[in-house]
Design a protein around this ligand. Structure first.
Ligand SMILES: [Zn+2]
Ligand SMILES: [Zn+2]
Length: 207
């Protein structure tokens, strides 16, 4: 009996091919953690095929992708990801330190982003002046999305640009008002001056 399907199985490609391994020994993400690690690397590298695979994925889903073990380890190598981040970002504050990112508690495969601030990646922010915690605001305006996008592009902030690969409104991105202001404020000295002293911001909004 002929078994055509076994024969003409399309050659599967390594989605992140970046090593000299051209064997057929391809593997897939083992579990959600493993996939999340790959996706994070892809967000930093702006690697479209993987980002594409992440789109339209149901919550907690793992896409059917394949890669060489060797390619994966190069692709997700922390040292090189750190150096991409370091190169892309003009470090203005400590908040961009990639080592502080908790990759475990914020699975980025779900359709919506974790309820943390897009910028400082914390859920609540302690305001010294007011002695209260600053509430998170959900991104509901496309205008805000656009403003963040422009600022991230200007600053070449790869991490934020990675988050923007999804629509912030649809993905329910959250932020602190002050972090948002700080991030989107113009770099020009005049704008910086007018933006100073904003920690007394009214923070009633959270109902
Ligand atoms: Zn490969
Ligand atoms: Zn924040």
């Amino acid at each position: 009996m002929m078994q055509p399907s076994a024969r003409k199985r399309a050659r599967i490609d390594c989605i992140i091919h970046c090593s000299d391994d051209d064997s057929d020994a391809l593997v897939s993400p083992q579990d959600l953690d493993s996939w999340n690690t790959l996706l994070r690397a892809a967000e930093i590298r702006q690697h479209d095929p993987v980002l594409e695979a992440a789109k339209g994925l149901e919550e907690g889903g793992i896409p059917h992708i394949h890669y060489h073990r060797k390619c994966r380890s190069l692709f997700t190598m922390k040292k090189s990801l750190d150096s991409i981040l370091a190169k892309g970002v003009k470090i203005e504050s400590a908040s961009v330190d990639p080592r502080r990112r908790a990759s475990r508690d914020a699975p980025s495969t779900s359709r919506v982003y974790a309820k943390v601030c897009l910028f400082c990646e914390k859920s609540s922010k302690y305001m010294k002046a007011a002695k209260t915690r600053e509430p998170l605001i959900q991104c509901v305006e496309l205008r805000a999305d656009e403003k963040i996008r422009r600022a991230a592009t200007r600053k070449l902030n790869q991490r934020i640009l990675g988050l923007l690969s999804r629509d912030l409104v649809a993905a329910e991105g959250h932020y602190h008002k002050s972090c948002y202001k700080l991030f989107t404020k113009d770099d020009s000295p005049a704008a910086a001056r007018s933006g100073a002293g904003e920690n007394q911001e009214e923070s009633k909004g959270a109902r």
